[in-house]
Ligand binder design. Structure first.
Ligand code: SF4
Length: 375
């Protein structure tokens, strides 16, 4: 049975999207939807070689997500294929409306499809507005029929409330189950506020009615500061797929460029104490075990899978992929001793001081330059 050794979050800097969802995190950023293709500095073969199991210590769960619609990235299929051919498992985040790219991926050999999952972002109102609801459902079935995995996920938002009943009916009819639910955060306030104007009791009543383990888990950790030792950076990396620049997790420590010297050891340096107000992608990072012992919730069973009568196996995820998604980093990696943890915490503190000093020196330098220019 395959087991997870690393979790790699591959950020695809393509900023083109055919949708404009009102709750989109990207739209909350000062600069967004620039309409740019990712400018890939490395070929699919170079990327796959740099992330080969022999270098990173074993097999990885790889999440691929763009700054827009992921499947609009040029040659995207070639990059994912090269990675899956190395034995890794891929999760592609998509609005599932770009059928030509989807069909290219679904034409791969069966063993590669079996290790590929589509996280289908079910943007109900945008799909309805564009007359694409049936296309979305058809594409989910194409994935299942091809022996790949599809998980349907909704981002709850206040404008969707009047459509809850029809959303439930559509989902049961087309996916054999309700969709899973995440929790939308307000990125303008460091991501610690819910993106809703509903009273919390009402919010819970409406979105809790979809009986999603994903939603329940996310609710339990939303806004909760993680204080235990985190192995992000040692067991995980967040990598820019176009450049190879990496950091430990979404907003973690820099790890350098992991594509430039593919024969050098893969960098590993644990974050230790999390700097964020909360782990906003805890549903993946923590359920895969970045903080040992933090939750019994499993990414496969609880976050992505649902039972359905629409697949031969009776579930949204294929058995091999489901069992891989149920493994945890903490079960397949060595834990650091308390003194090793102390060493890394001290090293990270030193780095924090160094970064602060560098920023302060930069500010002083800019101030002096301004003064000289004015005098
Ligand atoms: S708790 Fe989450 S956000 Fe914080 S360092 Fe660990 S993985 Fe990153």
């Amino acid at each position: 049975m395959d087991r997870i050794k690393k979790m790699l979050l591959l950020h695809v800097p393509t900023s083109i999207c055919n949708f404009r969802c009102m709750y989109c995190y990207i739209a909350q950023r000062p600069v967004h939807y620039q309409g740019l293709q990712a400018d890939m500095k490395f070929s699919p073969e170079q990327v796959a070689y740099a992330l080969r199991p022999e270098r990173i210590g074993g097999l990885a769960y790889m999440n691929l997500c763009a700054d827009g619609e992921t499947l609009l990235t040029k040659n995207f299929d070639l990059y994912v294929r090269a990675l899956v051919e190395r034995g890794h498992y891929a999760e592609i985040v998509t609005n599932l409306t770009i059928t030509p790219m989807l069909e290219k991926i679904l034409s791969w050999p069966a063993d590669l499809r079996a290790r590929t999952e589509f996280k289908c972002s079910f943007h109900y109102l945008e799909l309805k507005k564009h007359g694409m609801l049936d296309l979305f459902a058809d594409n989910v079935h194409k994935i299942w029929d091809a022996g790949a995995s599809a998980s349907v996920e909704v981002t709850p938002h206040d404008e969707l409330v009047p459509y809850v009943d029809e959303l439930k009916e559509f989902s049961l009819k087309n996916f054999g189950a309700f969709p899973h639910f995440t929790i939308a955060r307000d990125d303008r306030t460091q991501g610690i506020d819910y993106l809703t104007s509903l009273p919390m009791q009402e919010y819970d009543r409406i979105w809790g009615s979809f009986d999603s383990d994903f939603w329940r888990y996310k609710k339990s950790v939303f806004g909760v500061k993680q204080t235990k030792f985190c192995y992000a950076g040692m067991w995980t990396a967040h990598i820019n797929l176009a450049t190879g620049n990496a950091q430990s997790c979404y907003r973690g420590y820099p790890m350098g460029n992991v594509f430039e010297n593919p024969d050098a050891p893969f960098p590993e340096r644990p974050t230790g104490h999390c700097k964020l107000a909360h782990c906003y992608n805890a549903h993946a990072l923590l359920t895969f075990g970045c903080i040992p012992g933090s939750t019994p919730t499993r990414f496969g069973d609880n976050i992505r899978n649902r039972k359905t009568t629409y697949t031969v196996e009776g579930s949204w995820l294929q058995p091999a992929l489901l069992s891989f998604f149920n493994t945890k980093l903490e079960e397949n990696n060595k834990l650091l001793t308390p003194s090793q943890q102390k060493y890394y915490l001290a090293l990270n503190k030193l780095q924090d001081v160094y970064i602060k000093l560098r920023h302060a020196a930069g500010r002083v330098k800019r101030f002096i330059i301004k003064k000289i220019a004015r005098s």
